[in-house]
Design a protein around this ligand. Structure first.
Ligand SMILES: Nc1ncnc2c1ncn2[C@@H]1O[C@H](COP(=O)(O)OP(=O)(O)OP(=O)(O)O)[C@@H](O)[C@H]1O
Ligand SMILES: Nc1ncnc2c1ncn2[C@@H]1O[C@H](COP(=O)(O)OP(=O)(O)OP(=O)(O)O)[C@@H](O)[C@H]1O
Ligand SMILES: [Mg+2]
Ligand SMILES: [Mg+2]
Lengths: 228, 228
């Protein structure tokens, strides 16, 4: 499903060039759960942003299904993301003036889903992540982990074909982490969705089918896990 | 040094009352390293915010040294924080238009320290957290963990008497986590500073002298650790 060929990403800061990704090659079959680990600054978020079409590569190709993300125009790219991708951001990216419920149903608004159905589906997913009594709170009226769970609810509400999760459990205690992991894995299995998860937690990383290790913008190691 | 007596904090959302803290009693001697754990939403950040004077309690007392934080006026409270407290936020709270170096030296500007000395001290602490080649990057030009480390550098640059850290290693891999922990513990020891750290990582929590467990706004357990 996801094919990455010799992917490079360079940033410019002043007259310095930062090589965030230096040549990534990776194939991810539909329905796989793959985790990405590596030290702070190794390129994990950058890789996720490019895989999901949020940023363009400097060189190389990223193909999802039949769509060549590095080639298609911005409007088509944004439609593609809206229809196929759920993204859980490392810093949540919730809209401050909106409540948990309003933030959660944003992807449904973009797909033209009516108010009544949005409310039903929004409440349902918020209940699943344990936030049914925080539905009408705005982000600054919630804890860090509660905001993270709204971000997760918003990513899942569309049953996307691919879920990209950047540190989805970084602000959660172990019990809530386990519940969220179970939710992500179960939703992915039900829809045969691909789950690509960046994490610093080796216990979380080992729940995947496969784990790739980044260091200085390159894949230095791959681990395959057998779960029963 | 820090005395908390029957501390309560209630929030109002619509016509609902959320009891974030329901009666906290805690004494922290100068120089102690205490960790605070608990599930998402249990009141950890709220407790930290009140202990450091960033929020006022609804009921109860918070005394640091001779200062009664719940009683003193806003201006005196803000001077007290500036002179005595370093705070590492769960969501970093960096200023977007400023570089890593400029964000880091903000506490020195507030204390009237001159430009030359600010630059020397800022570069020194950024080098210690491994960010000397990101000094002139703004937050959106840095990874999550790099932003977290700038937040840490900024909190330490004043050698504050009390360091409050809200999930300081949540976005860091295990190697960087260890380096940052060593730094925080070492800086605290050198200045006989008190270190109050919220964390979800039980390994990090166990590095403290003592750990308190919050659940639904109350302390339900205390653990004491003996380190050699
Ligand atoms: N400004 C606010 N208005 C309303 N409710 C709030 C506000 N701030 C916090 N809360 C609520 O108070 C409770 C405690 O929040 P707090 O941020 O202290 O939790 P926490 O233990 O730090 O959680 P996490 O581990 O998720 O960061 C939560 O249920 C939260 O929804
Ligand atoms: N917009 C940008 N401009 C300049 N440099 C950037 C930009 N975004 C990222 N970088 C740099 O690219 C490198 C990789 O960043 P990335 O966010 O992918 O790291 P990461 O592995 O997600 O780190 P963390 O674990 O800390 O979140 C970092 O060194 C960072 O400073
Ligand atoms: Mg990242
Ligand atoms: Mg918190």
């Amino acid at each position: 499903l996801v094919k990455i060929k010799d992917l490079k990403k360079y940033y410019r800061v002043g007259d310095e060039r930062i090589e965030a990704l230096r040549g990534i090659n990776l194939d991810i079959p539909q329905g796989e759960f793959i985790s990405i680990v590596g030290t702070s600054g190794s390129g994990k978020s950058t890789l996720l942003n490019i895989m999901s079409g949020l940023e363009r590569p400097t060189k190389g190709e990223i193909i999802i299904g039949k769509a060549s993300l590095n080639k298609i125009k911005e409007k088509r790219l944004s439609d593609f993301r809206r229809d196929n991708i759920g993204f859980i951001f490392q810093s949540y990216n919730l809209l401050a003036p909106l409540t948990a419920l309003e933030n959660t149903v944003l992807p449904l608004i973009f797909r033209g889903i009516g108010k009544k159905e949005r409310e039903i589906r929004g409440k349902e997913i918020l209940k699943i992540v344990g936030l049914e009594d925080r539905m009408h709170n705005r982000p600054n009226q919630m804890s860090g982990g509660q905001q993270q769970r709204v971000s997760i609810a918003r990513a899942l509400i569309n049953n996307p074909k691919i879920i990209f999760a950047d540190e989805p459990t970084g602000n959660l205690d172990s019990k809530t982490t386990e519940e969220i992991l179970e939710l992500l894995i179960k939703s992915a299995k039900e829809n045969n969705s691909t789950l690509v998860m960046v994490t610093h937690d080796p216990v979380v990383a080992a729940r995947a089918d496969r784990s790739i290790h980044l260091k200085d913008g390159l894949i230095i190691k791959e681990e395959i896990f057998n779960h029963e």
